[in-house]
Ligand binder design. Structure first.
Ligand SMILES: Cc1cc2nc3c(=O)[nH]c(=O)nc-3n(C[C@H](O)[C@H](O)[C@H](O)COP(=O)(O)OP(=O)(O)OC[C@H]3O[C@@H](n4cnc5c(N)ncnc54)[C@H](O)[C@@H]3O)c2cc1C
Length: 469
């Protein structure tokens, strides 16, 4: 039976693109952080949408589960198979064409396997901006970005991936090709099927193409690092920057002192914006459609105002794009610095922006009471209400031993998130990692609607089973 199925796959995609040897499959089976390695019947590497559709039909005929995979940078174990070796991995990496760019409609149509950076570059070549930006942009694919509804650093101004997508092409769980590649900004013709597939983590169908929104390329995007005292000061500063800069405010990232010190320790070559230590820092980005000078002027006058009102203790303003890049690098290296420091318990959460300061002080206190001396590496996209709220062991304590408390730490953090009306997954999704947490925190009504959608679109249950639901 397995041989018949694999023979069909080989007839569709070609022998070279149906991998079954352990060494060939290995790179497709382990998650980005190396926490989990699954097993697969085969790794399928189709060349185009017709091959994807034919392979999905084969999976449906033989009832073989399939795991769509893009750049495998997802952080919740969504794109790797489980350990049963019963599923195939369907890699979209060969579907990597920029199909077309319409500068007047301000849209770009791409294959789902395009690397995010390639899309940014194709847009820039036509003096346009595709604003989705995240540290994994050199490896992640737009299909993965859409399937996880990725956020990143520009959500404050441009929205998350859902808001950047106008149309999709999807291979359904039955192997039919749905051409929803519409470049329309208005289309009220019934249920929004596109939005069902966005954020579905490959559990409803395979995204094979997308029409994405483009924006005018700003003339300059400059940044400042602002030293502040508490998260509440950060919220006041955000309010002020929004009032002063309007749509020119394109980034607003919070970093705790510990996050900053970890970067300084593990990446000593990166810029050190301040000689003195402060309790918190905010990275502010301002973009101008006019000029570099205009961006500097906006940034400097708003920050001068903040210093005058005692919202900020100190600030370093980048006056060139290269300096701004250096400040961003500090922010982008926090996760890697944390990894270098040892394992910790991670949370990707969101909260109503107005409640973030209260959430941090109350949750910090709960954790300190339960795990005295534990270290909180709190940073994230404050302008979107999104925190990476990571808990590390007390200084000198064993990281592995502390990880045994993961369940108890998660309970404190996620119960607190729920009490503040937040979300336990802001931008990374659910995958296998947070499935039990989803069940704990979503209402039965919400879960039942999700299950109904899943069984309507994927009645055989072959699309990425065990993920999300
Ligand atoms: C260093 C680093 C920084 C990151 N920063 C951010 C960040 O700032 N914001 C953020 O939101 N995320 C971030 N991430 C997480 C990750 O990069 C994103 O989730 C990304 O969107 C995943 O894309 P991918 O192509 O790697 O998808 P994969 O990891 O391959 O897949 C992710 C999920 O999508 C499904 N999938 C993939 N392609 C398709 C398809 N074509 N059709 C249907 N389903 C599909 C998979 O089955 C899986 O469930 C970061 C990750 C790393 C490693």
């Amino acid at each position: 039976m397995t041989m018949d199925f694999l023979a069909r796959c080989r007839a569709i995609a070609g022998t070279d693109h149906v991998l079954t040897a352990a060494t060939d499959m290995a790179p497709f089976l382990t998650d980005w952080r190396g926490r989990f390695t699954g097993s697969a019947l085969a790794v399928l590497r189709p060349a185009d949408v017709q091959q994807v559709a034919a392979l999905v039909r084969a999976c449906a005929d033989w009832r073989v589960p399939l795991v769509p995979q893009g750049g495998r940078t997802g952080l919740v174990l969504g794109s790797v198979p489980d350990a049963s070796a019963s599923a195939v991995v369907l890699s979209l990496s060969r579907l990597n064409r920029i199909r077309s760019l319409d500068a007047v409609n301000r849209t770009i149509t791409v294959d789902a396997g395009c690397i995010l950076q390639a899309i940014q570059d194709a847009a820039a070549a036509e003096d346009c901006l595709f604003p989705l930006s995240l540290a994994a942009e050199g490896s992640c694919t737009i299909g993965g970005n859409l399937s996880t509804n990725a956020g990143g650093t520009a959500v404050l101004r441009y929205g998350n991936t859902r808001e950047l997508c106008l149309g999709l092409e999807v291979v359904t769980a039955q192997g039919a090709i749905w051409d929803g590649l519409r470049g329309l900004r208005k289309d009220n013709t019934g249920y929004d099927l596109r939005d069902l597939f966005i954020g579905a983590e490959g559990t409803l169908g395979v995204i094979t193409g997308a029409v994405l929104k483009l924006f005018p390329q700003p003339r300059a995007a400059l940044a400042a690092m602002v030293a502040i005292d508490t998260p509440r000061h950060a919220l006041d500063l955000l309010h002020l920057m929004q009032a002063r800069c309007g749509a020119s405010l394109t980034g607003f990232e919070l970093m705790s002192d510990l996050a900053m010190r970890l970067v300084a320790t593990h990446f000593p070559a990166l810029p050190k914006p301040f000689t003195a230590r402060h309790r918190q820092y905010v990275l502010v980005e301002v973009s101008s459609s006019q000029s570099c000078e205009h961006a500097v002027e906006l940034l400097e006058s708003a920050i001068a105002d903040a210093l005058e009102r005692d919202l900020a203790d100190d600030a370093v303003v980048a006056t060139s794009v290269a300096q701004a890049r250096g400040l961003w690098q500090v922010r982008e290296h926090i996760s890697m610095a944390q990894a270098a420091a040892g394992k910790n318990i991670k949370h990707d959460i969101s909260l109503p922006i107005s409640r973030i300061a209260d959430f941090i002080s109350s949750t910090d206190a709960l954790l300190e009471a339960a795990f005295p001396g534990c270290q909180l590496v709190c940073f994230g996209h404050l302008g979107d209400g999104n925190l990476h709220y990571n808990v590390a062991p007390p200084e000198g304590a064993s990281h592995d031993a502390f990880l045994l408390h993961q369940e108890a730490v998660n309970r404190i953090v996620h119960d607190s998130v729920a009490a503040f009306n937040g979300s336990i997954s802001a931008e990374h999704g659910i995958g296998m990692l947070k499935r039990d947490e989803l069940i704990r925190y979503k209402s039965e009504i919400e879960l039942n609607m999700m299950r109904a959608i899943k069984s309507a679109l994927d009645p055989l249950g072959i699309m990425n089973p065990g993920k999300v639901l």
